[in-house]
Every structure is written in C-alpha cells, then in structure tokens.
Design a binder for this molecule. Sequence first.
Ligand SMILES: [Ca+2]
Length: 168
Amino acid sequence: MYRILAAVTLLLFLSNSALAEVLQHIPLDGSEKLETDTVLYFDKDVTADGNGSVKLVATEGISATVVKVPLKDIDNSVLKYSAKLKSKELAEPAYLEMWLHFPGKGEFFSKGLRNPVSGTGGWEEREILFVLQSGQKPDYVKLNVVMSSPGTIWIDDIKLSSEPRSAE
Ligand SMILES: [Ca+2]
C-alpha cells in the first residue's frame, strides 16, 4: 500500500514541482528551538549550507524530532520535507520521517525508508512526501530523523514545501 502511494505521489510531484511553494525554510543555524534536545546539538563546524548544522548522536535506535512546524489551511496538496543528511559510522540506515497531526484524528506518518543514508558519507539531499486530500488539514507537522542503530548523523538546510495535486 505504501509503495503504491509513494509511486502516485512521485508522479504528482514530478508534474507539479514548478508550482512548489516553500512554506518554511529552516537553515539550522543555531537560532532554532530543537525539539528532541537530549540528543540533538547545534554543530557550527560541520555544515552543508555554511551556517552550521544539527548533529544527532544516538546510543540506540531513535526517531528524533528536529523541529515542529505549525500549519494552517493546507489541504489538497503534496507536502514535501527535504533536508541534507551526512552520516558517520551508521551500521543501519537513517532516514527522514514526518508526522502530521490532524485535529480529532491524531498523527500520521511518512517515512523515507526507500531512500536512506548509511555508513559514512558526505552531504546528500533527501526528501519525503505526504499527500493531503481535500479537507485533510493538519495543524502541525513534526520533522524527524530516524536512526535504526547507534551512530552519528548531521542534518541541515530543511525545507518544507507544498505543491498542488494534479487534476484527477
Ligand atoms: Ca545550516
């Protein structure tokens, strides 16, 4: 089911990327409030965008919320969470994850399991999508990084954007 959904959303994304609207650019320059602040640290020396990044050091598998973004009156669109990731000595894959909260319904997720990072590597851009049907209006989204094993990862240059869905 998820694979089918992902394939459909990818097509939607390709057809509408020119109409993307950036809802929030989070540079991770040390000014942001980090949600899971027990394992997330600002690192001014390791950076993809020149102004520092956020380092996640985990001693066990974890889903850490980097930032939480309030949303208003967004529906009938494809929500996209993109960021740059850099890994160090990761035995198991790490990937992006977003949790959208819908009033009265709870939280629903999208995970970047199909395109993770692992091992030790340089900066790589990753993105995940969530399709919002008409009338599905989340009031916030949590932007997470998931690590399946102990290790270190850096995240930088987060963008949250919205693209219209194709006419059906
Ligand atoms: Ca940065």
